[in-house]
Design a protein around this ligand. Sequence first.
Ligand code: MN
Length: 259
Amino acid sequence: MSSRPHILITNDDGVKAPGLAALAEALSRVGRVTVLAPQRNWSIAGHAKTLYKPLRVEETTLANGMPALATNGKPSDAVALALLGVVEPPIDLLVSGINSGPNLGHDVTYSGTVTAAMEGAIGGLPAIAISLQVEEGHHYETAAAFAAHLARLVLRHGIPAETLLNVNVPDLPAEAVRGVQITRCGRRIYRDELVRRLDPQGRPYYWIGGLPPTGIAEEGTDIGAVAQGYISVTPLQLDLTAHALLGDLHTWDWEGWSN
Ligand code: MN
């Protein structure tokens, strides 16, 4: 790697989000940064990719005036476009965030922030997803400072292929953060409720409503760490195989299915 690493930055809150600006500013002290982010908010859009309409990339600026590229695509599109040549290689690291709101436990399957990092891992990049604990959070500077520290660590140590780091930061001033915990994914408790209404023609339509999720603040988990005021760093892997189930499945009767 050259002495000045090249860091690709994206997010799922859109190119004008305050967390993206804070992240780009902090990481510009670690290396050369290129920002390629969605034009609009794609939160909870998951690992979607655009194949059936054209993707555009235009020059714009972040909320802090730094130069950036914006796409009409989704977070994973932004990463894919960058890796396919829209951004000049080599790219040494991908950082996605700083998301407005947590990405804990099962959230990682919904999160555009985390799945953008997964797209980077699929493309062979070491990748970090970073989220601030509170929507409308105040302390992006805390998450940004930690992102810079972690980026240096990842560039120094590397992480295995097809892995990524999912980081959640409490919405606190840096001096109030109690430390860093390496964690596993916790158990989210979703409180979704079906909201059924009628349109002017009398046909029903639906919202997925309800209260924000809670979770089980178990020791050693991401949910437990941030609940106690720690920064949580969770290693994730693209291999979702349920290894504990492999043996069981081998004992099932797999014959006769085509009769
Ligand atoms: Mn988001």
